[in-house]
Design a protein around this ligand. Structure first.
Ligand code: GUN
Length: 293
């Protein structure tokens, strides 16, 4: 048996088209152009690539993109002042402060300054609290994208056994909450989990988000399970060149899973598409407009 390969690129392209369609309706019927502000501190090359891609995708969807580049010597107070300015700007509906931030800045303090309604990353404690209690907040982009793909593959997730490997605030914890909200039986596994192969082997759904290259072995996977690989790890090959691998050993998992996301081309492309969708949702809520269907 060979798994269906879940095409994240195609999925993201569809979602972006849908966002662009909604933006066109909001402009025409409500004179509203959703705006996304991205703040990047410092010159981390990977972050610069993400921010450039976010900017391009935002503009391509017909939305306003605001980019703020700050020196890595910026003080926490100055960054917080910038966030407050964006909170008060009615043309900005979504605010994203690219992480990680330099060590001298308290990330939590910055995130908690973002107005929860504009927190399109869904990282604010108000939004994580709303997600945990079944409320209507902003949901983190990567796990929401994973859930969309899972529903597309499986339809109703109710009653399925799901294992999330990884417990980060950005992916693991919100992913577990989303699956719980879909009535899955959810296990969160992590670096201290005993008998990880056995825990993974019980799951109908495996979401791997630990950041350890190919930690989850193919022969752990239950036959026919759906595997979502959030990992993006750059590793050096024997010939000295580098390649991207996920947190799942794809070559063997593909022979056990029913469906699986590849790396690259799986979860990665979805994240920005969901960010744009979250910005549209935020813009509609802030203006008391029903989101176009
Ligand atoms: N850095 C890596 N991924 C993300 C993300 O989804 N949001 C933010 N703000 N920073 C990140």
């Amino acid at each position: 048996m060979t798994a269906t390969i879940i095409d994240g690129k195609a999925f993201a392209a569809h979602l972006k088209e849908d966002v662009a369609r909604k933006v066109a309706i909001l402009k025409k019927d409500h004179n509203l152009t959703p705006g996304l502000a991205v703040v990047l501190v410092g010159e981390d090359p990977a972050s610069q690539v993400y921010v450039r891609n976010k900017n391009k995708s935002t503009v391509a969807a017909g939305m306003k993109s605001f980019e703020f580049l700050m020196e890595d010597t910026v003080s926490e107070a100055e960054l917080i002042e910038k966030v407050k300015e964006l909170n008060n700007d009615p043309s900005v509906h979504g605010i994203l402060v690219q992480l990680p931030l330099p060590k001298h800045i308290n990330e939590a303090a910055v995130i908690e300054t973002i107005s929860p309604e504009k927190d399109v990353d869904g990282f604010h404690v108000i939004n994580s609290g709303l997600l945990a209690t079944g409320g209507k907040g902003m949901v983190p982009c990567t796990p929401l994208g994973c859930l969309m793909m899972l529903k597309d593959v499986l339809g109703n997730l109710s009653g399925l056994d799901a294992v999330v490997v990884g417990r980060s605030n950005i992916v693991g914890k919100p992913m577990a909450q989303l699956l719980l909200n879909e009535s899955c039986t959810v296990t969160i596994a992590h670096s201290r989990t005993k008998n990880l192969p056995e825990v993974v082997g019980r799951a109908d759904i495996v979401v791997a988000a630990v950041g350890v290259p190919e930690l989850v072995k193919g022969d752990w996977i239950k036959k026919g399970a759906t595997v979502i690989d959030v990992g993006i790890n750059r590793i050096e090959k024997d010939d000295g060149k580098t390649k991207l691998v996920g947190d799942v050993e794809f070559a063997s998992a593909v022979n056990r899973a029913g469906a699986i996301t590849p790396v690259p081309g799986g979860v990665g492309p979805m994240t920005i598409a969901v960010l744009l969708q979250n910005t549209v949702t935020a813009a509609c809520r802030q203006n008391g407009i029903d989101e176009p269907a």
